[in-house]
Structure formats: C-alpha cells, structure tokens
Design a protein around this ligand. Structure first.
Ligand code: ADP
Length: 233
C-alpha cells in the first residue's frame, strides 16, 4: 500500500489517501488535546492511542460491530475504510460527570439509570453545539434509518466496552463516537482511545469516591502509559 497526499489534519490525527481508493491511513500524532488552542505534545502518545484504538476496534469486530478498521500499519498508523463522515459526534454517558453533571445539576459520578446518548454538531466555529436527532434530519446530516443504525451500533458498543472495562477494574464514564457511510452502510469511524473516552478507576482506594483519569498536560505523562498497561496487558 502506498501513502499519498494528506487529506485532513485534525487536532490529534492526520488522514492520508492511499493507492487503494477506498482505504485511508490514519496517523495518530503525539499531540494532547486541550481546551485552548495551545498545543501540548508527548512523545509516544500517538503510538499508545493507535495501539488502544486498534485493539478495541478489533475487539468490537469480534462482536460483529461494523467499524472502519482494517489493520494496524505501523506504531502510529491504522489502515481504515474510507467513509463519508456524518458531521456529528455522539457522546454516550454512563455516569453523569463533567459537562453533563453541571448541566443537569447532578453530583459528579452519579450513575445514570440508563445511558444518555447526545449528539454534537462538528462545527468548530459554532463551538460544536449540542443537537438532537430532529436537528440532524433538518440539517440533512443523516436520515431516520441511518440514525436507527447509529443508535443500535452505539448501544452495542457501550454494552461490549462497559463489560470490557469492568473486567479491567475501570468504569466507562463516557465516550464519543463518530460515524460515516460506505455506500448505504453505516460504520463506526474515527478512534477509541483515552482522548475519546473517560474512565474512572475502580481500584483507587485512597478515598471512598472513585476518581476519573484526568488527561491534563501535567498528568499526561503518567495517564496514557497507565491506561495502555491497564487495558492491553
Ligand atoms: P478533529 O479535530 O476533527 O476531531 P482528528 O484529529 O480526530 O480531528 O482528525 C480525524 C479526522 O478524520 C476527523 O475529521 C474525522 O471525522 C475523520 N475521519 C475519521 N475516520 C474517518 C474515515 N474512516 N474516513 C474518512 N474520514 C475519517
């Protein structure tokens, strides 16, 4: 497979075209996502996220979850199926924390009776606003049948990952997914890594309260390798 031109450079990944027209290379960069436009980097972080993503996509594949993952190419890169991306992120919450806890006035870490699925329009200029399925149809982002597939995939991914993390003594608090279309089929795209999920440690016994792994630039040096070790070893 031959790497060709850069198609997109996002916050933490680069996407390249290849000589196989329906396949892309997704390279994970050593960049730590931040609220501000400042860039923080950490050597080896891209390889950790590539390894965790590859492992989890492969794992989900064994449960017949349709994803774009084809194979890991090298330390930092995956080969994926080229998708027509649907421009929203879905966030799936099992615990109310961070923005959801604030918005609903709940204590950080409250266990939700059923998972909450949220959609955020991918539009940086508008600061990625929260939308619902009616907005998605009105804006022509997807149709009802595609939304049905998206919700089914997200619900299954949540069930599979929740028990995977549980066995690693971690609680999957929330995670975000992106979807795209290959012909008429809806597939899960993008990545599954510490940049897109929040986990709480079940073995942090310092306090009665469980604690989330917070990825601040200061904590990053220890958090990424620690999660890598806990998840894949
Ligand atoms: P962002 O800043 O947009 O979150 P990233 O650094 O995550 O960017 O860059 C990855 C980009 O590649 C995103 O725009 C994402 O939607 C897109 N993408 C992910 N998977 C695929 C795929 N299979 N086909 C085409 N584009 C994809």
């Amino acid at each position: 497979m031959k790497i060709q031109e850069t198609l997109a450079e996002g916050k933490t990944k680069k996407i390249y075209a290849t000589d196989e027209t329906d396949q892309l290379i997704m390279e994970f960069l050593d960049v730590i996502p931040q609220e501000t436009s400042k860039k923080a980097t950490l050597k080896g972080k891209g390889a950790i996220n590539a390894a965790i993503s590859a492992y989890l996509f492969d794992y989900l594949g064994s449960y017949n979850v349709p994803t774009h993952f084809i194979k890991q190419l090298d330390d930092n890169s995956l080969v994926v199926k080229k998708l027509d991306m649907i421009p929203f992120k879905m966030v799936i919450w099992n615990l109310a924390c961070d923005s959801l806890a604030k918005r609903l006035g709940l204590k950080d870490g409250t266990v939700l009776e059923t998972p909450v699925l949220e959609l955020y329009l991918k539009n940086a200029k508008l600061k990625n606003p929260l939308i619902n399925d009616y907005h998605a149809y009105a804006l022509g982002l997807c149709d009802r049948s595609e939304m049905g597939s998206i919700v089914r995939i997200a619900t299954k991914v949540n069930a599979v990952l929740k028990s995977f993390f549980y066995r690693k003594k971690l609680t999957l608090a929330n995670f975000e997914l992106e979807f795209g279309k290959s012909g008429s089929q809806v597939l899960m795209g993008d990545e599954l890594s510490p940049d897109t999920f929040t986990v709480w440690d079940d073995v942090d016994t310092d306090k009665m309260d469980k604690k989330p792994f917070q990825i601040t630039p200061e904590a990053a040096k220890t958090v990424y390798p620690k999660l890598h070790e806990r998840l894949l070893k």
